[in-house]
Write a protein that binds this ligand. Structure first.
Ligand SMILES: NC(=O)c1ccc[n+]([C@@H]2O[C@H](COP(=O)([O-])OP(=O)(O)OC[C@H]3O[C@@H](n4cnc5c(N)ncnc54)[C@H](OP(=O)(O)O)[C@@H]3O)[C@@H](O)[C@H]2O)c1
Length: 256
């Protein structure tokens, strides 16, 4: 029996891109799926594709900003699929606005969806996981979490918050049986990156990114950053003095 066989996995942001890709990949490996996003029509197609792989799948159309709706979705997944073994908090939106064009409303959307959406998702599964003494919480963060990038103030802030939130969870949940995996992907070809004319070094195909993410969860990694080339550059950036970092970051701003 493989790692995913008969595991019940709740995925937020499952209607497209990474969420959809991970859902179908783990369904092929025997996982049962609880799928959440706003676009019900897209979720229904994934439910059909999952069922064709002989696993159970249930979808709920909900906005991750709505804590009650996310909790109700998780309750339905538990009722129809069984206890949730793994949460993949993946729902997120991007932004690539120069700070002079970033409105507070847009910044709030990014932070509410990318951070509070994940907080709501964790709250919908954690009490039951702690009670059963097992489970895994996975955050799809980003290499953008490590340091501020040009034209990405709200996105970088949201991903830094997401990663540190899950890092604190990891410490709080030691000895409970509930594990935490924080994933920091670089650029992957999805709707989120499709509109960008910006430079995207080491841009990955979706299938490749999905397999890397699935494998990191399977190996129960605490933190997984990829591709290694960009992860190394980003980590080197963390050690740089501010003046040097600013000089390089301005010239390599993945600019439009
Ligand atoms: N692609 C990359 O290069 C990359 C790199 C690093 C990290 N990431 C992260 O990976 C995650 C997935 O992004 P992606 O690249 O796969 O983009 P995507 O194809 O645009 O997928 C985003 C998903 O999030 C869902 N979503 C957005 N707002 C939501 C809300 N308020 N409530 C519920 N669901 C919501 C969307 O579904 P609905 O619109 O149907 O609600 C969609 O399923 C994001 O957190 C992103 O930051 C992506």
């Amino acid at each position: 029996m493989g790692y995913w066989t008969d595991k019940v996995v709740m995925i937020t942001g499952a209607s497209s891109g990474i969420g959809r890709g991970v859902a179908l990949e783990i369904a092929s490996r025997g996982a049962h799926l609880g799928l959440l996003a706003r676009r019900e029509d897209l979720l229904s197609e994934i439910v059909s594709e999952a069922k064709a792989r002989n696993v159970k799948a249930v979808s709920v159309s909900a906005d991750v900003r709505d804590a009650k709706a996310v909790r109700a979705a998780a309750d339905r997944f538990r009722r129809e699929l069984g206890p949730i073994d793994i949460l993949i908090a993946n729902a997120g939106i991007g932004t690539a606005n120069h700070i002079t064009r970033l409105t507070p409303e847009h910044a709030a959307d990014v932070i509410n969806i990318n951070v509070l959406g994940a907080v709501n998702s964790v709250a919908a599964v954690l009490p039951e996981m702690i009670e059963s003494g097992q489970g895994r919480l996975v955050a799809i963060s980003s290499l953008a979490a490590y340091r501020g990038l040009a034209k990405s103030a709200a996105y970088c802030a949201s991903k830094a918050a997401l990663s540190t939130y899950f890092e604190s969870l990891r410490i709080d949940l030691r000895h409970t049986g509930v594990g935490v995996t924080i994933i920091h992907p670089g650029f992957i070809k999805t709707d989120l990156t499709a509109g960008r004319a910006a430079k995207m070094p080491y841009l990955m195909e979706l299938d490749y990114g999905v397999k890397k993410i699935v494998s990191a969860i399977e190996r129960e990694k605490k933190i997984y950053s990829f591709p290694w080339q960009l992860a190394t550059i980003v980590r080197a950036g963390m050690l740089m003095p501010v003046a040097m970092y600013d000089w390089i970051a301005e010239r390599n701003s993945f600019r439009e």
